[in-house]
Design a protein around this ligand. Structure first.
Ligand SMILES: [Zn+2]
Ligand SMILES: [Zn+2]
Length: 366
């Protein structure tokens, strides 16, 4: 069958020499229809996310259930599903509390369900959505309303939930609060639309590419800052939301969502907070990245905080159908995130277009 395999040294091959094993009792085979190419896929290729080879790539996809194991009761062949990258256990304390992203079995559980040219081949993010078929744990197959086009639904499983979940699940932004979003890509746009849904009073979008402004405003940004046109992003945010006179630099936003993974930008996110504000670290930096800030003036004396957020602190079986429903009611934009749909074989063209900053999201079609 067809697939895209990471073979090391920054190289990915488009192949028809990939095979996947039959499902175990608790597993599901999904015939992929569409898959989004996410920045994390680039991070596998460039080594930012170290991964063994060969590896069947992709982690943001949607398709149709083709076969189920003997013990699977949650989906049946023909169901339209979005794939969750969380192969969580469903039974531990974290799962029971509604935090599958904190389940110990939701990370690092690599297996080799594929073969490429006869060699056992790893899955990526327990998903491997760039394969014609993939085998996943039943808990990862999240059924959605089949009237949502799969070319848009596929984005729910990474970019959409990562951005929307940071706002709705991790921060729980309240109506009337203010926020800044750093990085207007696939994740940042979804943070912006979740802030619109939450009733945030001001949503300041910040990026270095001027062509991102129109899309940011379409998704719900009320203000725009081009970071290349100001000396200090934090000062530019405070110009929009001044806090009056006082010690410790008052003014700024209640929430800052860092969606770029660039360590310096997380500093900017902390520096633009109003007293009592919180920064949410969403973007994935290099593993060696460190943060150095004054504990006194950045945190203790003004009630500020910082929180990490993995995969939108997602509860996939609640969040994915909810997002699909909000899409069908016109409250969440998905089609607008898809810059272009490419045939599966044109994977390398998508990579070129991403490197040139042309895409909110490129989507592969099988
Ligand atoms: Zn992703
Ligand atoms: Zn668990």
């Amino acid at each position: 069958m067809r697939g895209i395999v990471f073979v090391g040294d920054g190289q990915a091959v488009v192949t028809d020499e990939l095979e996947v094993r039959a499902p175990a009792a608790h597993e599901v085979v999904v015939k992929m229809v569409n898959a989004g190419v996410c920045h994390s896929d680039l991070s596998v290729l460039d080594g930012t996310i170290p991964f063994p080879t060969p590896c069947a790539m992709g982690h943001e996809g949607a398709g149709i259930v083709e076969e189920v194991g003997a013990a699977v009761t949650t989906v049946t062949p023909g169901d339209h599903v979005v794939i969750s990258t969380l192969a969580n256990c469903g039974r531990c304390s974290a799962c029971a509390r509604g935090f599958p992203t904190r389940c110990r079995s939701s990370i690092g559980n690599m297996t080799r369900p594929f073969t490429y040219q006869g060699t056992p081949t790893f899955n990526f993010a327990a998903a491997s959505c760039f394969s014609e078929r993939t085998v996943i744990d039943a808990i990862q197959a999240v059924r959605i309303d089949p009237s949502v086009p799969l070319s848009s639904a596929c984005l729910i499983g990474c970019g959409v939930i990562t951005g929307m979940g940071a706002v709705l699940n991790r921060a729980k932004v309240a109506a009337g609060e203010t926020a800044a979003v750093f990085g207007v890509g696939g994740v940042g746009l979804n943070a912006i639309q979740a802030l619109r849904l939450s009733g945030a009073a001001r949503v300041i979008a910040i990026d270095t590419l001027p062509q991102k402004e129109a899309l940011a405003r379409q998704f719900g940004a009320t203000d725009w800052i081009n970071a290349t046109e100001v000396d200090s992003v934090a000062d530019a945010v405070r110009d929009l939301l001044p806090g009056g006179k006082g010690m410790y630099n008052p003014g700024g936003v209640d929430w800052a969502f860092e969606c770029t993974g660039v360590p310096k930008v997380l500093h900017d996110a902390l520096d633009c907070l109003e007293w009592g504000g919180n920064a949410v670290a969403v973007g994935v930096p290099p593993a060696s990245a460190q943060l150095e800030k004054s504990i006194f003036t950045s945190f203790v004396y003004i009630d500020k905080g910082i929180m990490g957020c993995r995969y939108g602190t997602a509860r996939p079986h609640h969040d994915f159908p909810m997002i699909a429903e909000l899409y069908l009611r016109g409250k969440v934009l998905l089609d607008e995130l898809v810059s272009q749909v490419y045939p599966h074989a044109e994977f390398h063209t998508v990579l070129d277009d991403m490197h040139q900053g042309k895409l909110a999201r490129g989507v592969l079609q099988f």
